[in-house]
Ligand binder design. Structure first.
Ligand code: ACO
Length: 297
């Protein structure tokens, strides 16, 4: 059993900020940022994650009688109680039988919400999955090793349970130091450790789902991977043996938007996918975790 992506949309989040902005406030350069990360610009917004999620929810096209779940993923959540999902539920006036919750698995949150939905929904039922991040509010603008990587974003999908191919891998490696955000503080990151983790564990997770599916490597049409650093994407392509041009990319314009990265990427490339395509999703993040899915479009 699998999921059909019935609708996908992203919001235009705020002001586009290019690397030259950081040249003015930090000892860094556009050249360093582009060559070390692949990022040219990112968006910073004034809107709160809960406001963006509600705005996006109103744009998504779903069947009100079939919607059984709404999950909002965010680590930069402005609303602890009620959940953002509760707010979206209210603003969309969804039926009381629609299960709603927020989920935080940092950058891996959106793929985690897809995994959960596939297990929860019954054939024909639908769910709303929204990722909403205002990471700019969690950044130390004096920390050049971190601030240049992230951007704000909000994107989401309507998914519907179907009977197509679906295999997943959910791996957690228990860690509390390499990526840390405490209440009232800014993100602290050991960039090199996270980089090494991603380059070794993301390929392993992708290989697991391909092996479980029994498909040959050449049958993979696209890889929708978390946009954290273009050098990580290149390493993952090299280590898995999947052609680099099958890895979709928008990191150049958005930076790392955490949970919003995967649905924003799908939204940017939505006209590319066609029925029957075999698509790998993979996202890693604080925890440290990696979640991957191989599905038929
Ligand atoms: N501009 C100029 N120089 C810089 C900058 C900058 N913005 N940032 C760091 N440097 C310097 C360092 O101080 C260091 O200088 P030194 O040699 O004099 O000490 C030098 O550049 C090299 O630093 P490294 O940390 O080794 O640089 P690296 O090539 O590893 O790149 C980066 C750093 C971009 C952070 C990389 O490690 C990375 O992308 N890591 C993964 C991060 C990531 O994916 N995080 C998101 C995870 S998902 C989630 O859950 C949030």
């Amino acid at each position: 059993m699998g999921l059909k992506i019935k609708d996908v949309k992203s919001l235009n989040t705020g002001e586009q900020v290019d690397n030259t902005y950081f040249e003015k406030i930090l000892d860094t350069s556009d050249e360093w940022i582009r060559t070390r990360t692949g990022i040219k610009s990112r968006y910073f917004t004034e809107e709160l994650p809960s406001e963006m999620a509600a705005e996006l929810g109103k744009l998504l096209e779903f069947d009100r009688d079939q919607v059984k779940m709404i999950i909002v993923t965010s680590f930069s959540n402005d609303l602890i109680m009620p959940s953002i999902a509760g707010k979206v539920h209210k603003e969309l006036d969804l039926p009381s039988g629609c299960f709603s919750m927020d989920l935080n698995a940092a950058c891996a949150g959106f793929v985690a919400s897809m995994v959960l939905d596939e297990k929860y929904l019954e054939e024909g039922q639908e769910a709303l999955l929204i990722a909403s991040e205002k990471i700019s509010s969690c950044l130390d603008f004096t920390d050049r090793g971190t601030v240049i990587l992230f951007g704000d974003g909000c994107a989401g999908m309507v998914v519907k349970k179907n009977s197509k191919l679906w295999v997943s891998d959910e791996s957690t490696y228990g860690d509390e130091d390499s990526l840390l955000l405490k209440k009232g503080e800014f993100i602290k990151m050991r960039g090199q450790e996270v980089f090494r983790f991603a380059c070794s564990k993301v390929p392993e997770s992708i290989e697991k789902v391909i092996t479980k599916s029994g498909l040959p490597l050449e049958d993979i049409d696209y890889v929708v991977a978390h946009q954290a650093n273009v050098r990580i994407l290149d390493q993952v392509a090299k280590r898995t043996g999947i052609a680099g041009d099958k890895f979709l990319k928008n990191i150049e314009d958005h930076g790392n938007t955490s949970a919003a990265s995967v649905p924003t990427l799908v939204s940017d490339y939505k006209d590319r996918f066609k029925d029957g395509d075999k698509v790998v999703f993979s996202a890693f993040g604080a925890g440290l975790v990696v979640n991957s899915i191989l599905m038929e479009w």
